[in-house]
Design a protein. Structure first.
Length: 98
């Protein structure tokens, strides 16, 4: 029984939008249900300009790369490709639920 062993059993994500916030800001939050001993990385990827006709290799396909990608701060388990949560320089936030 996961509860008896005090292992994490769920993720939760929330957002609070104006006018519910005191100063009109947006608040985003997410907890992670990863094991306590698992290494979590915080990764910063700077804004990047890409050459024309640049391709991006994905797991199963290749797609055209956009001319410029935004800076992003991500949190993820060390073994994971991608991210569990994060935000870009424009305030767009992500959080997964598995």
């Amino acid at each position: 029984n996961a509860v008896a062993r005090k292992e994490p059993v769920s993720c939760d994500t929330f957002v609070v939008l104006p006018p519910a916030t005191k100063n009109g800001c947006v608040v985003f939050g997410k907890n992670s249900d990863r094991p306590a001993g698992e290494v979590q990385e915080v990764v910063y990827v700077p804004r990047t300009s890409h050459g024309t006709d640049t391709k991006l290799q994905c797991t199963y396909i290749e797609v055209d790369q956009v001319a410029e990608t935004s800076a992003v701060m991500l949190s993820k388990p060390a073994w994971m490709w991608g991210a569990e949560m994060g935000a870009n320089e424009h305030g767009v936030c992500i959080g997964n639920e598995a």
